[in-house]
Design a protein around this ligand. Structure first.
Ligand code: SAH
Length: 221
């Protein structure tokens, strides 16, 4: 399978990544560690070779199973909001291409990521590049349930449009933890950041506008 074969990361790709990082800076991303992670990860590996030359444009692209790899700006924005520390235990809903998971893993966190689409979960399982990240654990399941047996988490990131804040995921967040979630329907979503206080109360911030594919209930075979 194509996804299992190592691919080339040459000076051209590296140059395009530097330009992408500049675009993200110009759009307001300030966390240098996040920018360095994006600069180091060959995004073209996550896309079909047909998209290789445009892999470093700041836009979303189609991947397998009718899903998308998020726009780099969106990945950088959500990651920056999470204030990742080394060894943070992070729950991600919506593995998709695993690009966001790799950015989190590159920052030294332990990533637990769930995908509901079996075909996509299996496809990513073949991906040669993930061998570099033993700190990413992948699960096939329904993100609304989270991973109770691995909870609590320092951080939770949802990378699909949630119609409401999934209560079980708030429960699985540690006191002091942060959750980032785009909330809304297919006409658009507001990015929200929830911070769980030491007393268990939750503080909410409503941030910018985004468009994600929907967070759906249940698993898909
Ligand atoms: N983080 C991904 C973005 C993927 S798009 C990346 O970096 O490429 C959103 C993904 O969320 C899709 O793959 C979709 O199948 C998945 N998804 C939607 N609802 C879900 C749910 N309830 N549980 C787990 N994954 C879900």
């Amino acid at each position: 399978m194509l996804h299992s074969k190592p691919r080339e990361d040459n000076y051209l790709h590296k140059g395009l990544r530097k330009q992408l990082v500049q675009v993200l800076r110009d759009k307001g991303i300030r966390d240098e560690r996040v920018l360095a992670a994006i600069e180091s990860i060959p995004r073209h590996f996550f896309l079909d070779p047909a998209f290789e030359r445009i892999a470093y444009e700041d836009r979303a692209f189609p991947i397998a199973a009718n899903q998308t790899i998020s726009q780099p700006y969106t990945v950088a924005y959500q990651t920056q909001l999470l204030e990742i520390k080394k060894f943070d235990k992070i729950l991600e809903i919506g593995t998709g291409s695993a690009y966001q998971a790799c950015v989190l893993a590159e920052l030294g966190s332990m990533v637990y990521t769930i995908e509901r689409q079996k075909a996509l979960y299996d496809f990513v399982g073949q991906f040669f590049f993930l061998k570099n990240y033993p700190n990413i654990k992948r699960f096939y399941g329904d993100g609304y349930e989270g991973l109770p047996s691995f909870a609590p988490f320092d951080k939770v990131i949802i990378t699909a449009a949630a119609p409401f804040i999934p209560p079980k995921l708030v429960e699985q967040l540690k006191p002091g933890g942060i959750m980032v979630v785009p909330v809304g329907d297919d006409s658009g979503q507001k990015m929200m950041r929830l911070t769980k206080k030491p007393d268990g109360s939750v503080q909410e911030e409503v941030l910018g506008d985004f468009i994600f594919v929907p967070m759906l209930e249940g698993k898909n075979k």
